[in-house]
Design a protein around this ligand. Structure first.
Ligand code: ADP
Length: 503
């Protein structure tokens, strides 16, 4: 069944008073980021704030956070908070923080006993940490007497908020009018734990709200619980919103999602063009525009020198910036690229980290193709910008991609994306047709090595055709995926939800 996909604009509904919006999330750029989730929560928070809504944002104060860039202020009402965990009590407080690059205040959950160390995720007590984040968000509202119109939660880490509002906190009339919205950024991560954690997370008396089959098999699934109980479910592209109804993409949640089909909406993510624009990017050596691309070629030369690649005029450079995980289609790169590199003249620069096998593959590629293949293991935002600005093509052969941001950055940088038609990649890149001159990239459909080979060959041929290449680069750079449009769609749905009571 197809989900409802209303793409109306905010100005289509009558102007209403500002909304009270609470965002609870595990990541927010630039304070805590492992992927696109952080960019999206930051962009949405900033959009809601800019548009005059009454916003509260809560995320954890991780041990790895650079607190020297924050000015932290104690909030008396949010000191000395406690949460029962199993037979014990966890002490925490919530502070208000301001960061130079964030236009609004954020609240940080400070609990060094739980949020210590370098890692944001993983560990034996992960369920406690994110149950605490979810409950702390609710208790923060109680202490501040802040009654949100919309409780906006993101991915499994805060997906339990709707369950808590219907159980542990159901007595509190403060939340009588509150509607919950769960945004699914990636259904591949669900927060699944053994059901022995129920006393730790305070839900041992509320099992009727949880999936009975999971409980029977000894599990509790945070994301699934949110899917069952949130008033509105959004995900980050219209195509992904359709795909997750199918077993191939739903990752076991497809049945529960189909039950909620009228409440599932796909809204494509936007791009923060203040950070990602070649004409104003402070992280690249030479800025450039679609009218004057001279700076782009210079960026290519300096990038190639930086990563140890030989520059040759007319030899295309393919860029990749990605988590090296199952989702990202790296196995297709393993299968198809070495042979293609032997046959065709192009270079590759990859940035990312993740599964050992994939990292090893890129290390091997460097040795196999010296001067033509480069790999930087790790997370490096400035290098990501330089790769976007200095590459000719950008490869994203994802198995699945809820939205994907890099293909949209690539479009703006005139770095022609080569993508598989899935999720947000299908919604943001149109295959270029040399006959009509329409299209913004190269799009392949079948998830196999032949699909990728076809796409790479098509892209290399396109690069060799000066006239067509100029056209596709120009088309790509004209695309606009600004948050002003996408944020307004969220607001429109929030208002409909509040007006109708249901999605
Ligand atoms: P996902 O959230 O699945 O990782 P997205 O394309 O939605 O994928 O978002 C990835 C974001 O993280 C982009 O902003 C991208 O530039 C950034 N990113 C991913 N890997 C790295 C890396 N190794 N170094 C720097 N930035 C990275």
């Amino acid at each position: 069944m197809a989900p409802e996909q209303i793409q109306t604009r905010e100005h289509d509904v009558p102007k209403a008073s500002p909304l009270k919006i609470f965002i609870a999330a595990s990541e927010l750029t630039p304070l805590a980021k492992s992927g696109g989730l952080a960019d999206v929560t930051a962009a949405l928070a900033s959009y809601f704030d800019r548009n005059g809504h009454d916003l509260r944002v809560l995320l954890p104060l991780y041990g790895s956070m650079d607190t020297s860039v924050l000015s932290i202020e104690i909030v008396p009402e949010l000191e000395g908070m406690e949460m029962p965990v199993g037979g014990q009590t966890v002490a925490y407080d919530i502070v208000r923080a301001r960061a130079a690059d964030v236009g609004h205040d954020v609240f940080l959950l400070r609990c060094p006993d739980l949020f210590h160390g370098e890692m944001m995720y993983g560990g034996y007590d992960e369920h406690v940490r994110f149950a605490l984040l979810s409950r702390a968000a609710i208790e923060m509202c109680q202490r501040l007497r802040f009654a949100p119109d919309i409780f906006h939660v993101h991915d499994w880490h805060t997906a339990m908020v709707p369950v808590y509002l219907k159980s542990v906190y159901s007595w509190d009339s403060l939340f009588k009018q509150t509607k919950t919205v769960l945004t699914i950024h990636n259904i591949g991560y669900q927060g699944v734990f053994g059901n022995h954690v129920l006393p730790d997370i305070g839900l041992e008396g509320s099992t009727e709200l949880l999936d009975a089959e999971d409980l029977y098999y000894g599990r509790v699934n945070f994301m699934k619980s949110g899917v069952i109980h949130a008033d509105l479910l959004t995900t980050v592209s219209p195509t992904y919103a359709r795909e997750i109804f199918e077993p191939e993409y739903g990752m076991g949640l497809e049945r529960r999602l189909r039950e909620r089909h009228g409440s599932v909406i796909g809204i494509l993510n936007g791009v923060d063009y203040e950070e990602w624009s070649p004409e104003s990017d402070t992280l690249i050596p030479n800025t450039y525009t679609s009218e004057d691309l001279a700076g782009k070629e210079k960026n290519k030369q300096s990038l190639m020198a930086e990563v140890g690649l030989d520059y040759r005029i007319d030899r295309p450079l393919v860029g990749m910036v990605t988590r090296l995980t199952y989702q990202k289609g790296i196995e297709l790169v393993q299968q198809a690229l070495p042979d293609l590199m032997r046959k065709k003249d192009f270079s590759l620069v990859a940035l990312g980290s993740g599964e050992h096998d994939y990292e090893q593959f890129f290390e091997w590629l460097i040795r196999e193709f010296p001067g033509r293949a480069a790999f930087h293991r790790g997370f490096n935002n400035a290098l990501a910008h330089r790769i976007e600005a200095g590459s000719d093509l950008f490869l994203m052969p994802s198995r699945y991609e809820p939205c994907g941001l890099n293909q949209m950055y690539s479009l703006r940088y005139g770095t022609v994306p080569v993508v598989r038609a899935t999720g947000g990649l299908a919604d943001s890149v149109r295959h270029f047709d040399p006959k009509t001159g329409q299209g913004t990239g190269v799009v392949f459909h079948d998830y196999d090595a032949n699909g990728l080979l076809w796409a790479m060959n098509t892209a290399l041929k396109l690069y060799g055709n000066k006239h067509a290449w100029k056209q596709v680069v120009h088309n790509a750079m004209q695309q606009n995926y600004s948050w002003d449009e996408q944020g307004a769609i969220y607001l429109n749905h929030f208002r409909k939800l509040l007006a109708n009571g249901t999605a």
